[in-house]
Design a protein around this ligand. Structure first.
Ligand code: SF4
Ligand code: SF4
Length: 64
């Protein structure tokens, strides 16, 4: 079993509230809250990088 160490962080100042990260994340790590993306289940992240690649404003980074 792979053990994952990273999880996403959203830069709220950059987030434009498009919802792309919510749509592409296979693990339901994000939810929209007050028109911003919020990381609600960081422990679910499998480091697939889809959120990072699909965020139009480069607001997401995977961090340890
Ligand atoms: S890296 Fe993948 S699993 Fe982790 S939050 Fe982003 S889209 Fe979801
Ligand atoms: S994809 Fe980026 S800009 Fe869109 S809601 Fe997620 S963090 Fe915000």
């Amino acid at each position: 079993m792979t053990i994952y160490h990273k999880f996403p962080k959203v830069n709220a100042g950059k987030c434009i509230g498009c919802g792309a990260c919510v749509s592409v994340c296979p693990q339901n790590v994000f939810e929209m809250k007050d028109a911003k993306s919020k990381v609600v289940k960081p422990e679910n992240c499998v480091e697939c990088n889809a959120c990072v690649e699909n965020c139009p404003s480069s607001a997401i980074k995977l961090v340890k």
